[in-house]
Every structure is written in structure tokens, then in C-alpha cells.
Design a protein around this ligand. Sequence first.
Ligand code: DAL
Ligand code: ZN
Length: 235
Amino acid sequence: LILITLLVGGIWFARPEPATNQPEANAPQFDKTQFSIGDPTSSWLVVNKKRPLQPKDYEPASLTAPSAMRLAGRPTDANMQVNSEVAIALDQLDADARAADINLKVISAYRSYDTQRMIYDSEVRGFGQAQADRESARPGHSEHQTGWAVDLGAVNNKCEIEACFADTPEGKWLADNAHKYGFIIRYGADQESITGYQYEPWHLRFVGKDLAAELRRLGNPPLEEFFDLPAAPSY
Ligand code: DAL
Ligand code: ZN
């Protein structure tokens, strides 16, 4: 045993130094294949107009409302709920937001296939199909159907689900801080030709802290671009 230990130790210490000392060359590459982008239970899921949920009527196994964050509805309402990982992240985000005098609430979270269809159909009736498709996903195509997405707003209701939310203290705080809790602003400004949707500064998508940090480091490219997927401006 002593001999083996000495031998292994000798081999270990005899290992040559890496060829370069440049930190860049040795920095670990972000592994884009760590998690599935097709499985709706994966926080890296990419769903868009070209990538329907599989199955289209997918339902998350369990959903729960954040326990301390303020809600526009009741905690037992499905549309106040997200998956448990997201609920925990939202409570952490909210605790730090409150400490910074930022008062947020959940406006809309989980939506079933049928609920999404009702919302989409009512948008079509109100604004026509072309405009509806810029604002609302068709059923089977929404992040809201996965439990990974949530629309947040200010407790004072200012600019609720409007582009001007980006200019409110709450919207600015989210843009600056959401990544620390694993969220991205999924439908960024000037990304409609790729994401298929107008700017939605209120729509947070949980992707986990590692990916959220990497996307921020790269200047917030849309998920489609990051994962080398086709742009999804239309169905
Ligand atoms: N408003 C987003 C795109 C949705 O309906 O999922
Ligand atoms: Zn949304």
C-alpha cells in the first residue's frame, strides 16, 4: 500500500504544468448542453412559436404560490402559482426587493392550455390576430403553461403589463437584479424579430442562476440566439 501511495503520489507530482498560465485559456467554457432545452420540466426549456410544448397540453406535476411575496389573487388560484423552485426564488427576490423599497406582486403566473387559449382568443377578438400574436402566445406555446414564468407588477399598479413598466423603479430594479435569483427578462426590447413578442419588461422567466448570469455577461441575448436556435417571429 505504501509503495502504491508513493507511486501514485510520484505520478501526481510529476504531472507537467499546464502549457499556458493565461487565465483566459484556462477559463471553463459554459456548457450549453448541461440541461435539456426541449423538456418542459427543464429550467432551460426553450418554447416559442416554432417550438411548441411537447405535449401541447403539458401540465406541471406540482405548483405552488410564493409564500411571502404579494399576490394579485389568492395563493390557491392556479394563476398565482409557479413550480416550487421558482416560488423559492421569487420569495428571495422579493425579500431583497422590499429591503430596497421595491414593492412587487405576482400578476399572472401559471396558465393551463385552456386558460391560455381563452386569453389568446380574447386578444384576437379585441385587437385582431396579427396584434394578438405579438402579445400573447397561442395555447401550447406559452412559458406560462410550464410553471417557469411569471408576470410581476408594482404594488401601486403603475404601468401594469405595459412597456412603461420598464421605467418604473420596480421595472428598473428587476432589470438590474432579477438575474441574481435565476430570472431573465425573456422578451427583451428590440428582440421581437427573434422572440416573436413585443418588449415585456414584466415577464420573468426562471432559467437558474448559472444561465441567467451567463446571459447577462453576454448582454442579454434571447434564448434562441444563445442556444443557436432559429428565430421565431411567427408560427
Ligand atoms: N405574453 C407571453 C408571450 C405569453 O402569452 O406567454
Ligand atoms: Zn408573461
